[in-house]
Design a protein around this ligand. Structure first.
Ligand code: CP3
Length: 346
């Protein structure tokens, strides 16, 4: 049975425009909070395939999206490379041992050895595939090497990125060594996710906008192109979605090379601009501002406006970044049903 989401990623005509939401499995769902409470904490939940499978499937059942996204986190990669990850309540992710020197990097496990430690992710994927309806797709994901490196170097989320940017301008060789080592793990990690059963790959470059336009290719994009080339050489039929957050300046500059199928448009980039510069090369995904979900009227107006621009062609509906924890579930359902209404789902 063909999956409408996979067909849309590959640019094929579909009976309506598929929809999913970044961060769709999460705290806005009371059902998620219940399973997380059972697991004890967020990382335990990532490490428990049955529970991770259950929360992956929740938004498909409750909100009606066309694709599930694997429940995990981008930071399990550096965690399994040997860094000490924890999630501090109210503060987000923390590494107690951020990378400062080449010796710190050399201590980390790389390549096949690191990718092989993520067995709980592959086990989760296999369980999901047993339970997911045949017409729905499963999206696997990774963080972009740059986005992962920001956490590995800063030790936590940051507003200024000053520590990793200090490295970018004063010791670029070390930053490239970090990015190259992470890239090797990501390639094998995504290959193993595909082997375990994911239908589509999404690469999150959530902190793309922290890099000045002239340096973006060197420190982020080219590594993602390398990952895509590797995966496409082995799995040409598995679509790859690239989501670089906050880079309208690069889009206008024509950053369009790379073996990706879908370009995830963030909410700060006008869809018409993305269509003009990228629409011939990529299927476009996006891009409602996630805070519009607080109002049903604001949601409907935006969904209609996006439909007017894209016309149901070479498009996947999504938010322009992740859904926030205090959005009413009813409003998320409204978003999904409005996307289906305007694109003609019977
Ligand atoms: O539904 C899904 O999208 C699947 C699961 C998923 C999570 N994280 C679960 C999660 C995915 C795809 C991610 C990706 C991720 N993780 C990104 C890239 C996506 C983006 O939004 O830009 C980033 C930057 C991270 C790192 C991370 N993980 C942060 C900064 C945080 C804390 C922020 C927050 O929302 O509290 C996390 C924790 C996290 N990852 C949660 C979830 C559901 C919240 C944990 C909890 O309290 O239950």
């Amino acid at each position: 049975m063909s999956k409408i989401f996979v067909d849309a990623c590959l640019g094929k005509e579909t009976p309506y425009t598929p929809v999913w939401m970044m961060r769709q499995a999460g705290r806005y769902l009371p059902e998620y909070m219940a399973v997380r409470a059972e697991a004890g904490n967020f990382l335990n939940l990532c490490h428990a395939p049955e529970k991770a499978c259950e929360v992956t499937l929740q938004p498909v059942d409750i909100v009606g999206v066309d694709a599930a996204i694997l429940f995990s986190d981008i930071l399990v990669i550096p965690d399994e490379m040997g860094m000490d990850l924890s999630f501090v309540k109210g503060e987000g992710p923390k590494f107690s041992d951020p990378l400062e020197t080449q010796a710190d990097l050399d201590r980390l496990i790389g390549g096949e050895e690191a990718a092989s430690k993520l067995t709980y992710v592959y086990d989760t994927i296999k369980l999901i595939k047993e339970q997911l309806a045949e017409d729905k797709a499963l999206i696997g994901f990774t963080g972009a090497p740059w986005t992962l490196a920001t956490y590995m170097i800063e030790g936590q989320g940051t507003k200024t990125y000053n520590i990793c940017k200090k490295m970018m301008y004063s010791n670029p060789e070390l930053l490239h060594n970090i990015l190259a080592k992470v890239t090797e793990v990501v390639k094998l990690y995504m290959e193993k996710q595909i082997e375990a059963g994911i239908d589509v790959v999404q690469i999150f470059d959530s902190w793309a906008s922290a890099i000045e336009p002239g340096k973006y290719d060197e420190f982020s994009w080219k590594y993602m192109v390398e990952i895509a080339d590797y995966l496409k050489s082995k799995y040409p039929d598995t679509p790859i979605i690239m989501f670089p957050k906050g880079i309208p300046a690069f889009i206008e500059g024509g950053l369009v090379y790379g073996n990706f199928d879908v370009f995830g448009v963030d909410w700060g980039t006008p869809m018409a601009m993305a269509k003009e510069h990228l629409g011939d090369k990529y299927v476009l995904q996006g891009n409602m501002e996630p805070c519009r979900l607080y109002s049903k009227e604001a949601t409907t107006a935006c969904v209609e406006a996006i439909q007017d621009v894209m016309g149901g062609k070479r498009h996947i509906f999504n938010l322009g970044h992740g859904i926030l924890p205090d959005v009413p579930v009813e409003n998320a359902k409204h978003f999904v049903s409005e996307c289906q209404r305007v694109s003609g789902k019977k």
